[in-house]
Design a protein around this ligand. Structure first.
Ligand code: LLP
Length: 431
């Protein structure tokens, strides 16, 4: 199976986290998002352990909560003792509502409004990751008005394209995020931050991309950041104590993707980064990583009920399900690959090539094209694996379709974590 939390039981039903998903679909209805809480905790522990072992005490992971945002996930982060990366007041608010201490939150975003800044400061956000000069000045102005100081990292653009990073080192200088090193703007914003009396600059942040399978783009980015740190030290005397290398480690969505041992990748990263720091002649700051996908993706599975099955003579077969782009826009947006199972008869021979499509009035409403499944029958349950990241958090009400419920699976038990949205919920703000 794709991941160790997916199996088939003696009834021939798919199981997830040891539980029969057909029974769960019956109990809670579909579309349904299942989350394997034990798996999330295990993923967090792997990162935590590897980071302290490889980078030393004080280095730690944050959960990038844009990947999956609801109160339950912040409770888990709190219990596991990790910080979170939040990118909006909405995420901070959800974290706080879950009892998460915002002093352990890192506030991201390339365009924090004055209201966002005021919210973050008044709610005690631990660290602002400041994207640009305008934001830095707005933050300083607000801090001086309220008489506070704020811990800050500056978002720097190292100019790495993770897919072609060797050939095109300046590939992503042109980005809406951060201040590029290559243009001198990273140095400029650092000098400005150091001159502002309410800004407590502790270090730098970079994020190079997502769904990256090996350590090389990260070590390449770290190398550039370490050179930048050396340059800043030489020019200003400032020695950062924290370097946040962002998120981005990949996840196995389909059989042809590699299995990734995150502890091993972090170990490889650490070995090279420590070596580079020694060569450059700087003390390695505390390292922070911000995984989103790799903490939650494989802990998610979406269940749907099969509706119409249609064969367009001479073309192809369509299997329609009772969800689609509103709960999973990732194929429509990125043609993201997924593994699908006919959960009701998971052992049956897969001999029916088809496209699995949603119920929206839009041709692009596709979950996956060109899959081969056992020929489904209306009413059977279809499962899409590895949907824990960027599915629920990117869900919409397109076509006025309510968002699915979330059910947490833990130690063989299931519990409702987010109720299914109702039609009433969808019109509640309409006057
Ligand atoms: N830190 C920063 C500053 C980020 O922008 C992101 C993701 C992360 C951390 C977490 O990256 P991860 O470990 O999850 O790769 N909607 C897209 C993914 C967008 C990622 C945005 N930033 C998708 O569905 O694939």
């Amino acid at each position: 199976m794709l991941h160790k939390n997916i199996a088939i039981n003696k009834e021939g039903h798919l199981t997830f986290a040891g539980q029969d998903v057909v029974s769960l679909a019956e109990k809670y209805g579909t579309p349904l998002m299942l989350l394997d809480e034990d798996r999330i905790r295990e993923n967090i522990r792997v990162y935590k352990k590897a980071m302290t072992e490889c980078f030393g005490e004080g280095s730690f992971p944050l959960f990038a909560s844009k990947a999956l945002c609801f109160k339950g996930i912040y409770r888990i982060a709190k219990e596991e003792g990790i910080g979170v990366d939040a990118v909006s007041v909405g995420e901070l608010y959800t974290a706080e509502a879950a009892g998460f201490d915002l002093s352990k939150a890192y506030f991201h975003g390339n365009n924090k409004t004055d209201a966002d800044i005021a919210f973050g400061v008044s709610h005690g956000v631990g660290t602002f990751v400041v994207d640009n000069t305008d934001e830095l000045l707005a933050l300083e102005k607000h801090l001086s008005e309220v008489g506070k100081r704020q811990r800050v990292l500056l978002r720097i653009s190292p100019g790495i394209d993770p897919h072609t990073f060797k050939a095109v080192v300046t590939g992503s200088v042109d980005s809406k995020f951060g201040s590029p090193i290559a243009t001198g703007q990273a140095e400029e914003i650092t000098r400005l931050a150091l001159s502002l009396k309410n800004i407590d600059l502790v270090g730098f942040h970079c994020h190079i991309g997502s769904q990256i399978f090996d350590h090389e783009p990260f070590t390449e980015a770290a190398d550039i950041m370490l050179h930048f740190i050396a340059l800043i030290r030489a020019k200003t005397g400032f020695v950062p104590t924290e370097l946040n290398l962002g998120g981005g480690l990949g996840v196995r969505y389909i059989e042809s993707h590699p299995h990734i041992d995150y502890a091993e990748v972090i170990g490889e990263m650490a070995a090279i980064i420590k070596l580079r720091a020694a060569e450059i002649g700087i003390d390695l700051p505390k390292i922070v990583l911000e995984p989103g996908r790799s903490l939650v993706a494989d802990a998610g599975m979406t269940l749907y009920t099969v509706g119409s099955i249609k064969s367009i003579t001479g073309y192809k077969n369509y299997v329609s399900i009772d969800g689609g782009m509103p709960d999973n826009p990732r194929y429509a947006l990125y043609e993201s690959p997924y593994t699908l199972y006919l959960a009701s008869r998971a052992n049956a021979e897969a001999n029916f090539p088809c496209s699995v499509v949603g119920r929206c009035c839009e041709s692009g409403d596709i979950i996956q094209e060109g899959v081969t499944l056992p020929k489904p029958v209306r009413g059977e349950i279809l499962a899409v694996a590895v949907t824990g990241a960027y599915n629920y958090s990117m869900a919409s009400n397109y076509n006025r379709i309510p968002r699915p419920a979330i059910v947490l699976l833990k130690g063989g038990k299931d519990s409702l974590a987010v109720r299914r949205e109702s039609n009433e919920d969808m019109i509640k703000n309409e006057v």
